[in-house]
Design a protein around this ligand. Sequence first.
Ligand SMILES: *[C@@H]1O[C@H](CO)[C@@H](O)[C@H](O)[C@H]1NC(C)=O
Ligand SMILES: *[C@@H]1O[C@H](CO)[C@@H](O)[C@H](O)[C@H]1NC(C)=O
Ligand SMILES: *[C@@H]1O[C@H](CO)[C@@H](O)[C@H](O)[C@H]1NC(C)=O
Length: 978
Amino acid sequence: MRPSVSALLLLATLALPSSAVKNEDFRKCKDSAFCRRGRALAQRAKDAAPGAWKSPYTVIDEAVRVLPHTSGITAVLKNELYPGIKFRIEVRVHDDGVVRVRADEVKGLKKRYDEAASWALIREPVLAPQYEVTWVIGAWETTGHYKGREIRVFYKPFRIVLFQDGREDIVLNGEGLFNMEHFREKTPPADKTEEEAPAPEEAADQKVIEEPKKPVKATAWFEGEEEDGYWEETFKSWTDSKPKGPESISMDVAFPGHQHVYGIPQHAAPLSLPATTGPDSFFDDPYRLWNLDVFEHEASSTMSLYGSIPLMHAHSDKSTVGIFNAVASETWIDVSHPKPDSTLTHWISESGILDVFLLPGPTPEDIFAQYARLTGTPVLPPLWSIAYHQCRWNYISSQDVREVQKAFDDNEMPVDVLWLDIEYSEEHKYFMWKDKTFPDPVEMIEDVAAVGRKMVAIVDPHLKRDHTYPAYKEAMDLDILVKSSNNNNYEGWCWPGSSAWVDFFNPAAWTWWQGLFSLKDKEGVKWRWEKSSKNLFIWNDMNEPSVFNGPEITMQKDNVHYGGWEHRDVHNINGMLYANQTARALLAREEIPKRPFVLSRSFFAGSQRHGAIWTGDNMGTWEHMAVGLQMALADGIAGMTFSGADVGGFFGNPGSEMLTRWYQLGVFFPFFRAHAHIDTKRREPYLLEEPYKSIVRDLLRLRYSLLPVWYTAFRETSVTGMPLLRPQYVMFPKDYKGFAIDGQFYVGSSGLLVKPITQEGVTETDVWLAEDEVYYDYFTYKTYQGAKGGKSVTLPTPIEKFPVLIRGGSILPTRQRPRRSSTLMKQDPFTITIALDSSGTASGQLYLDDGDSFSHEKGELVWREFQAAVLGKRKKKGSLQIMSIDLASAKPDQAVDGTSLSELYTPANAFAQSIKDVKVEKIKVLGLLKEPKEVYLHNNTHDPIQLAWEWDNASSLLTVKNPSTKIVEDWTITVKWV
Ligand SMILES: *[C@@H]1O[C@H](CO)[C@@H](O)[C@H](O)[C@H]1NC(C)=O
Ligand SMILES: *[C@@H]1O[C@H](CO)[C@@H](O)[C@H](O)[C@H]1NC(C)=O
Ligand SMILES: *[C@@H]1O[C@H](CO)[C@@H](O)[C@H](O)[C@H]1NC(C)=O
């Protein structure tokens, strides 16, 4: 969120330009010295005579050692241009085949930041078992074998290659762009002397010919002539002092045979990342990772946005592999295609050690599991938080909040969460209510909570520098604030005016921060949030951090954090730590912990363990709507599955058509929230005119009816790390025609295929069906048949419609009774929709628990599978059998980290008991060829009971009404034709 533009609007009441981003406020690669250096190195390599460019980095062969536990090796790397400088390199193999490569300077003049991975990783990875990796140390290379994979470390030049079946999958330094700038003394420009070093003949000759008069630096062919921005650089009015001098890392990572790369969120860019260099480049600047608050950002750009996850997938119809680069400093990534079917990436980071993980795949599922084992799976959020959220900057008073809630009820629109942006707080001092407008905050929250709803209030990381503000005063007294380069507490400008920032890298800040949220007096807690409630949850915005008067609207890179690390070293982790501590504060708030909910704007690898994110301050335009989906897909494949874009767009006043389409998209975002800027017109869904209002009401109800599907999907992602929104390449890894598709997706394993409409006036659209399978329209049951090799089908999309298809072979459990909030649905009956595949079978799952505690970890849950199969020939004699089985008993379930989930489960657990009377009220079967003759229910205690049904011949829909079955029980229904 950024300052109001109302002042501007008063002066110029004309429409805002479609893109108002101040590009000049943000750096391009050319404005960041280390990125310039990295890109220039790549350019020199490109310009060198064929074969002339050779990496100066070599492995000292006599120093290669197998680690005592045999899962890895260590080696010493040297740069031939600086014979005195050495790097220790370590290559380890994890038990799932992931290969970790670390490198740090040996006895450097200074220390590199080496803690990025320890924040990102959920635990120390498990190494491959002893003696299972066989290393062969040779004269030119070391080769390691593990589980059919091969990792080779080449000595001269240094290169690491991961092979699968003899095929190169990932190559580090294949292009010779690896460069780890060593720490050096600052030498006065006059007597600049460089160490002697040999240069490849050709390259040196070229330089001499080009610039005969200049003295040639021996390292120039590799590093260039100048010390470009080594010790200081200026961007606009800010000067960044670099006390440690240059320490950047450049590294090329090639994915031979892999045409597509995905990931490295967050960018407003297509899912399959377009090239940034080379003849087919679409963008001209590298993808940047440096968490920033970009006001009115563009809908198509490689510019950095609010979060950074340095994880990339590379995909082909043969395999999926990945790289996770655990770096928290500013990072730029060029993407190119040296050959049409291969991808070359070039990563340039400002500081820190080299710590990269090569994920061998070979399937997308494997990559998700490998990444989840490293950084953790997404949280299982409280059920209410996956329902609908209504937000605005701002609901201005407790009366306003009550009126909004009432309008939802009067208009019979469900909503679970009402949000408060910054204006609830007195002078933007978070935790302190504006008494005039919010005189009764606790009563207000409890009024909202009376029908099972919750509230969320914003708490930002900047603290108003006001000695009467206890949060600031205490933080100052505890000396836990971020420091400037001069070691004074850093001051910057944000919502409250002059502000200070808590340093969440300092463990002393953790317990203190947690205390601020406590509801009761606790030992050690001085000042606490008196007027709060356990029904109030938290939104952490502005945690990049956003600093209005800082360089690129953030902090100076030479600010200092706990442990003496510069802000440049840790910047991208900052927001994650903040959200973590807030989530822990909410956990600590209650005696019997409830699941916290924290929405964060900034994120890093591992943020999925702490809560949800959204894509930040988007605009109410069609382009932003479309890219919001692409961004959510990219977040999802990088672990941050609980994500969504502001419905309606934060800025601007979308018309009814756009807003309706936006709700259609939002209904299928994992995080579904409408939000709007303070200068926009009110646009709560009940304010829409007809027919839009009824359409959006139906959409909200659609989300609520699908909550069992969503919750089951959230539970799955919390166990496997598989994304909630699954792109085509994840679902159909061999269907190359789908690899670049990012306008449609599947919802978890449910079989729902969705294609939102993100353009104006669209009356029909094509959906790609990658397989020879039948798909059913979710709303009309009309069938669409795919084909071997894939097929495009066309669906009508009048304003009330958009493609939602059920893949043949799926079973969907839904709840069809409209309610005001999700909490009120706990005892509602289920409708089970069975969509038979071409061979007459289907299956689907349902996961339920109490939705807000941790009792599911003690086995208090219901986890069922529905199976349907046509036995015999459908047209002649035959029957359809539909079964509900207790999956939690049937399947010993394991999370990606190996922990067992249903160990403590018993069918009669307290949660299952609490819903023991919940019925299945309807079973719908799609895909039968003709009307049956009989339908029976079997259970363990009774003789078969005949059930009533309806047959809709037009859509071949069989509806079994009131089958007198319970959702928690085992049962079998038989449909017969004779
Ligand atoms: C989250 O906070 C806990 C302590 O409250 C700490 O142990 C853990 O390392 C933190 N993780 C991250 C990613 O900040
Ligand atoms: C079996 O069906 C009967 C009759 O509908 C019902 O009363 C009973 O609860 C069912 N038992 C089980 C275990 O499903
Ligand atoms: C039912 O539909 C099928 C084709 O879908 C058609 O062949 C048949 O005549 C219809 N029967 C009736 C009674 O309408």
